[in-house]
Every structure is written in structure tokens, then in C-alpha cells.
Design a protein. Sequence first.
Length: 311
Amino acid sequence: MCQALFLPPGPSGGRACRARFFFLLNVDVSLMLAIGEYTLQTLDVQYFSLDGGSIFGVVPKVLWEKMIAPDHLNRVRLSMRVLLIRGKGRNILVDAAMGTAWSEKMKQIYDLSEWRLDEELQRADLKRRDITDVVFTHLHFDHVAGAFEERDGRLVSVFPNARFYVQRKNYEAASRPNMKEKSSYVFPFIEALEKSGSMELIDGCVELLPGVEMILRGNGHTAGHQLVRITGNDKTLVHGGDLIPSSAHLAVTRGLAFDIAPLEVIRDKIALLNDLLEKRWLLYFAHDPFIEAATVRRGEKHVVVDKMVKV
Ligand SMILES: [Zn+2]
């Protein structure tokens, strides 16, 4: 059971080539997903590219390139979709993509797409100031940087009325990164988060609102990695963070080369997959280039997507 954290209500208010594999799947085309008292919507804000080897770790290219086709530099196109959760007078985001505060050189390295935050918020009839909470699964740059933008030479919050939630253990890891993760935790964004005055450090499982929980799981990707689980009316969706970032990572041994403890990732993935299978929970993919969310089933060799759900 999570500790409860009920705060007063706030104000209301370039893609990859699809591999053949995905055409065979079922799709549920509802555009906004209702779970209990909450509605969920994807903000399709930004795409980037990472080296295929870093995304699939020890998996040989001949296998992963059948799932997601690489570009001429061996990079794989990935989404950095943001999940919007609305209800009880709150507009909550899970993660914030990369945003705009990057040099031309870095934009090129990551083949960073345009930043469509305002257009996507407008589609939800919201403005930046309406966002009340941002939950970071972890503070790697592709999850935190978009919450900040450069103004007069300083990094400032994009969401002036939002509180930012991160696990204390993850904040500590980001503040003093180990050698492996030094380039994943980009210091100016961690410093901007500290200076924002809006950071809330949490410990373990915490219920942000009834039915919206932050769960400490995925410490093998990075210390203090958390998932977000939304439950209501017999329906549950789990945001897979970087524990299961795409449908291509459903096989338990397909981990990211960034993972700091691959065996821990495997253990946590098995536990999550068991819940998804037994309880028919939906899984939300942060980085999948094509699929926002899905139910899963046992396949011949490993767990696979059963029904895709558009969120
Ligand atoms: Zn990531």
C-alpha cells in the first residue's frame, strides 16, 4: 500500500519506419482513455534517435532490425511521448522529453525533432500554466530536460504552476552520477530542477491522488527509477518508464545498454509482466515509435503485444 499524498486541486483546466511486424497487430482506436475518474491522453511532443546497440544491449542487430529499422548511422527513431493524466482538478504529466535547450551539435547527434508541446497541449485544450504536476520516472535527460527552457541565459521551468516529483534515490544518483551514467544525467537540467523550488522528493511508493500511484521499480535501469500506475473501475494502466520502454523490450532479456544492473531489470520486468498478464493491465510505452499502449499475452518465445490501444 502506498503512502497517500493528496494535495489541494490546482487550476483546471518526425517518425521512424514501421517494421512489417507491427501491421499484424490488433488496434483499439479510442483516442482518450478513461480510467476511473481520470482521462489519459498522449502528448506526442518529440522524437529522437539513439544508436541501435545502446537500445538493444546484447541483442544482435540481425534480430532487432526486424522490429525497428535503423537509419544510415545505425540509429533507431524513438518517441519521447508524454502521458497526460486529467482528473480531480489536476493535470499531471509523466516525464517531459528533451525540449529545446540543446546545442545544434547535440540536436544533430540525437536527430532531435521539433518540440510540439504547445500544439499538443492545445489539442487537450490546455496551456503550460494549467499543468499542476510532473512526475519524472527518472532524471535521464530524455525524461527531464523538456521541463526546462532557456530564457536570458538561464534554464527555467516550462510549467510555472507545476510541482515536480522524483524519487529521492534517483535525485541523489543524478546529483552525483556514477561514471557510466555521467552523460545521461545532464547537470544543467538537474541544477535547474533544484533551483526551480518546485521539486518534491519522494521515498518509495506514494499515491499522488487516489488511484494515481508512483511505484519504486526499475532500479536496474537507474537507482530510484519509478513507474506510474493509474487504477479505477477495474482498469489499470502502468507507465513502463525505461523498464519496458517499447514493445520491442517485452522479452525479458532485451534490456538497454544503459541499464546499470541488467539482472535487476530482468527480475523487475518478470514481476511487471506477470501482473500485466494475470490482471490484464495496460502497459504504456514511453519510447515505442509506433505503439502508445497495449495489453500483452504469452507468445511462442516471450510475452508479446496482444491488443494495441491508442491513448
Ligand atoms: Zn529514456
